[in-house]
Design a protein around this ligand. Structure first.
Ligand SMILES: [Zn+2]
Ligand SMILES: [Zn+2]
Length: 421
């Protein structure tokens, strides 16, 4: 998941996590040490997208040990645990991600990465452990009627593991009414929850534009079609798409991050390349931006006698929380950490997240859980901030029983309450 923000809140613990207010589940609290061991084992053995072989093995082995039937191989390394009870045909899905990042860890504490150049710097080790904690409890207590699918997906970091599991039949093999996701959020108070109805994370897209002109001696520019001038004009005009074509009430980013052309001071180059990223919170805004980028590029190039090849690649769609499921999830969070521990209507972020694919097909809600300011890190942590994708990051083990309790209460209440739609 993308860059963290709201770094202003520091130090203070979420008021809802005080012992007196928090309603964590006792057997999960008693299982905290075990979850910590599991989380740290995953942290020490990070695996990249679609290579989560050992992690998937560990997850499947734990689920099996706890008597939970397992579906393997969806999205290559994906694992789904199927926890059934009673006779109700109703079902709900809880999802965690398992992949790590290509990053060299700066921490030197005991559970640091053993795999060179790979690191759990986004807390997916913690997400996996929290969901395992919930699965363990649900399999033992079974205070629900229906099916809880615990979904452990590969390849969240850019390679669309959620989509891969769906393409290989996740929702057909595991029919569910709704699906829920959770991500830790650094610099938000430890154990606080946050969510918002509607767009919460942006779509992530990349583009490449190749401008084909005509090269010449730089002293004879009249014999050229100069792609440098065309690139400059297009770059300037593209910046009017957000300022002039996008409603001021919508959010969008269009960043040109590279312009490449030329090889010498005395040559007008043949061609120029521009690449960058576009982020939006809605698909109509994204459609409009892609269309306007293409129009501006083609017509500007034509005005100069050049031509263009424009390639626009949509990676992750915007993550849009559904109202009934989000209001339901907020109620559950308040039950777990108290009214003060839940931030409703949090600011969306321009980061992106492939759980968005699941929310395009199923109703559901994605939430953030505060990871604290980094003071939880053990001696030997790196000198950088405890932010997502930072080499000094570490997941906060205090969250393990909080997140697991949320998952359990969410599943139990979801299956107990009348259907939301
Ligand atoms: Zn990430
Ligand atoms: Zn992440």
């Amino acid at each position: 998941m993308g860059a963290s923000r709201n770094a202003g809140e520091r130090d203070a613990r979420c008021p809802g996590t005080e012992e007196t207010i928090m309603k964590l589940i006792d057997p999960i609290l008693q299982f905290h040490e075990e979850l910590k061991i599991i989380r740290r084992a995953i942290h020490a053995n990070p695996e990249l997208s679609y290579e989560e072989v050992q992690t998937a093995e560990l997850v499947a082995q734990k689920l099996t040990e706890w008597g939970i039937p397992v579906i393997r191989g969806l999205g290559k390394t994906g694992v789904v645990g199927v926890i059934r009870n009673g006779s109700s045909p109703r079902a709900v899905g809880l999802r965690a991600d398992m992949d790590a990042l290509p990053l060299q860890e700066h921490n030197s504490f005991a559970h640091r990465s053993r795999n060179e150049g790979k690191m759990h710097a986004c807390g997916h080790d913690g997400h996996t452990a929290m969901l395992l904690g919930a699965a363990h409890y649900l399999s033992r207590h079974r205070n629900f009627d229906g099916t809880v699918y615990v979904i452990f997906q590969p390849a969240e970091e850019g390679a669309g593991g959620a989509k891969a599991m769906m393409d290989e039949g996740l929702f057909e093999q595991c029919p569910m009414e709704a699906v829920f996701g959770m991500h830790n959020w650094p610099n938000a108070k430890t154990g606080c929850f946050g969510a918002v109805v509607g767009p919460m994370m942006a779509s992530s897209n990349e583009f490449e534009l190749v401008i084909e002109g005509k090269g010449s001696h730089a002293a004879q520019p009249h014999l050229s079609v100069d792609p440098v001038m065309v690139a400059v004009q297009i770059a300037q005009s593209w910046q009017t798409i957000v300022s002039r074509n996008t409603s001021p009430l919508d959010s969008a980013v269009l960043s040109i991050t590279q312009i490449h052309t030329g090889s010498a001071t005395n040559i007008v180059p043949d061609s120029a390349d521009m690449i960058g990223t576009v982020r939006t919170f809605t698909l109509p805004v994204l459609d409009m931006i892609e269309r306007r980028m293409r129009e501006i590029a083609e017509h500007t190039a034509a005005a100069f006698g050049a031509s263009v090849k424009f390639n626009f690649k949509r990676n992750y769609p915007p993550l849009i929380n559904h109202r009934p499921e989000t209001e339901f999830a907020i109620g559950v969070m308040k039950d777990v950490v108290g009214e003060e521990g839940v931030l409703v209507d949090i600011e969306p972020t321009m980061g992106s997240e492939d759980f968005a694919f699941m929310l395009q097909e199923k109703p559901g809600c994605y939430v953030f859980i505060g990871n604290g300011d980094g003071a939880h890190r053990e001696h030997g942590h790196g000198l950088g901030p405890c932010n997502l994708h930072n080499p000094s990051y570490d997941f906060n083990d205090e969250l393990l029983p909080v997140g697991a309790s949320y998952w359990v209460r969410l599943a139990e209440k979801f299956l107990e309450a009348p259907p939301l739609r």
